[in-house]
Design a protein around this ligand. Structure first.
Ligand code: ADP
Ligand code: MG
Length: 478
């Protein structure tokens, strides 16, 4: 048998909303506090306490919905999802079920040069659970309820992805977007952004989906890709060996690079969802929608379009520069302050600056070179005061110090030499000292030209104007 298999993937992404307090109480949401110092009676569901909805969580959900061109429900309802787990002492999670706040949106991803639209079925508000701690408890488990009640936006995709690569591209896109919108800090190590991957396979050409397995709680892009690929192989093997994939929840073990069965898949009716009697429905009025819409920042796609048309950037640069709002602002400031062509500004930002930030593991907001000092560098390269090569040296000084590019160029004597008389004198000396090579060049060995450029540049400590050197050398070697 030689069946061609098609992979089908849908992701459920959990993004913790960056609100100061919890979704139904005033307790703090900050990460890393002493265990249980932020566990409040509401998150614990003590008898007699009443949850009160945090308006900021609602606003952030609406912001997200608008950014993916989704429907914002004028009326949505919180429901209790009943299940027992030690990190959920009240016995139910408050979530949204039949009437979520955000429905039916979409997002475009790019994979291998192709753009593909991924549907977002819904995004609903819910509370996070606590955490079980297995270290330091000698055979017991510790429970930290600080995280209980932290607002989550669960973003559910359509089963539209057809490879692990597409799933990663989608997850990254959502990750960029929630940070861009400043509704989630995106910190994956701290669990602020994580996903469940639903994976199935079907013979190519078959209309019906295969049975899916759900891989829980993946908190890195690398693991999503590995976990999905691994699960796809497992399912194909099961089917090709005459077995059937069972619908179940699996756990990805990154140490062993395998998925293991956790439990058979529960159905919605296992949870006995019902509307939470302690919470009013959420009304999002037209006024609130208008207010949020007016305050919405320019969205990444629109910004990217503007960068390609107004600044004439190529698609790649525009994508990189608009992935974060701060980087886009930095670029626009550099263009404005330097007065230089956008292409040279983009090149130096996406090139040397981005590389240095990556190496130092810094965000653009933490860059040791601000837009003004960076603009100073680009301006001196653009007006030929220094060459691009010397620009890299100046960049190092800018990175490690506090002077301006002009101060560095003067202090280090890096100004480019364009004085043709000076260049000519040096070229004459070098030609005189290398007669044999000159003969070879004139005899047709064109590679010798590079040798002479190198010699002249060396003699001028890299400061000779390359265009002038080429011109004069050509004339003298003719
Ligand atoms: P549940 O609430 O039980 O997890 P949903 O129907 O809400 O189930 O689907 C959860 C996710 O699973 C969605 O992202 C959806 O796109 C995806 N999904 C549904 N069916 C399949 C399938 N056969 N293969 C892969 N993904 C699927
Ligand atoms: Mg699910």
């Amino acid at each position: 048998m030689n069946t061609q298999w098609e992979v089908v993937i849908g992701l459920e992404i959990h993004a913790q909303l960056a609100t100061k307090s919890k979704i139904f109480s005033g307790a703090a949401t900050a990460y890393g506090a002493e265990p249980n110092t932020q566990a409040c009676v509401i998150s614990l569901g003590m008898p007699g306490v009443l949850p009160v909805l945090n308006e900021d969580a609602v606003r952030k959900a609406v912001i997200f919905g608008m950014a993916i061109e989704a429907e914002i429900a004028p009326y949505s309802v919180f429901a209790r999802k009943n299940y027992f787990y030690p990190d959920l002492p009240k016995g139910y999670q408050i979530s949204q079920f039949e009437l979520p706040i955000v429905g039916n949106g979409h997002l475009d991803i790019e994979v291998e040069g192709e753009t593909k639209r991924i549907g977002v079925t819904r995004a609903h508000l819910e509370e996070d659970a606590g955490k079980s701690l297995h270290e330091n408890f000698h055979g017991s488990t510790g429970i930290d309820l600080n995280r209980a009640g932290t607002p989550l936006l669960e973003i559910v995709s359509e089963p539209d992805m057809r490879s692990a690569k597409e799933a990663v591209a989608y997850m990254r896109k959502i990750h960029d977007l929630v940070r861009y919108l400043k509704i989630c800090d995106g910190n994956m190590q701290e669990g602020s952004f994580r996903c469940d991957a639903n994976v199935s396979v079907r013979p190519k050409g078959q209309i019906e989906f295969g049975t899916r397995a759900e891989i829980k709680n993946i908190n890195s892009f690398k693991f999503v890709e590995k976990a999905i690929n691994h699960e796809v192989e497992r399912q194909i093997e099961v089917i090709e060996n005459g077995g059937r994939v069972v619908q179940e929840t699996r756990l990805y073990d990154s140490d062993k690079d395998e998925t293991r069965s956790m439990r058979s898949k529960e159905e919605a009716n296992d949870y006995r969802y019902f509307p939470d009697p302690d919470l009013l429905p959420v009304f999002v009025s037209d006024e609130l929608k208008a207010e949020i819409k007016a305050a919405l920042p320019e969205l990444p796609e629109a910004k990217k379009r503007r960068f390609t048309t107004d600044y004439k950037l190529n698609d790649e640069s525009a994508t990189i520069l608009t992935a974060s709002r701060e980087l886009a602002d930095f670029f626009e400031n550099v263009v404005k302050i330097s007065g230089c062509e956008s292409a040279i500004c983009a090149n130096w930002i996406t090139g040397d600056l981005s590389a240095a930030l990556n190496r130092a593991d810094l965000e653009i907001t933490e860059s040791p070179i601000n837009a003004e000092r960076f603009a100073g560098l680009v301006a001196r390269i653009a007006d030929d005061t220094i060459s691009g090569k010397i620009g890299k040296q100046v960049f190092e000084f800018l990175w490690n110090g506090s002077e301006s590019a002009d101060e560095i160029i003067e202090a280090q004597g890096l100004r480019q030499i364009t004085d043709t008389g000076a260049i000519e004198a040096i070229i004459d000396t070098i030609l005189a000292a290398n007669e044999k090579q000159a003969e070879q060049y004139r005899g047709g060995n064109e590679k010798m030209f590079g040798f002479f450029v190198g010699q002249v540049m060396k003699a001028m400590q890299g400061k000779g104007n390359p265009a002038e050197i080429n011109k004069i050398l050509k004339a003298k070697l003719a």
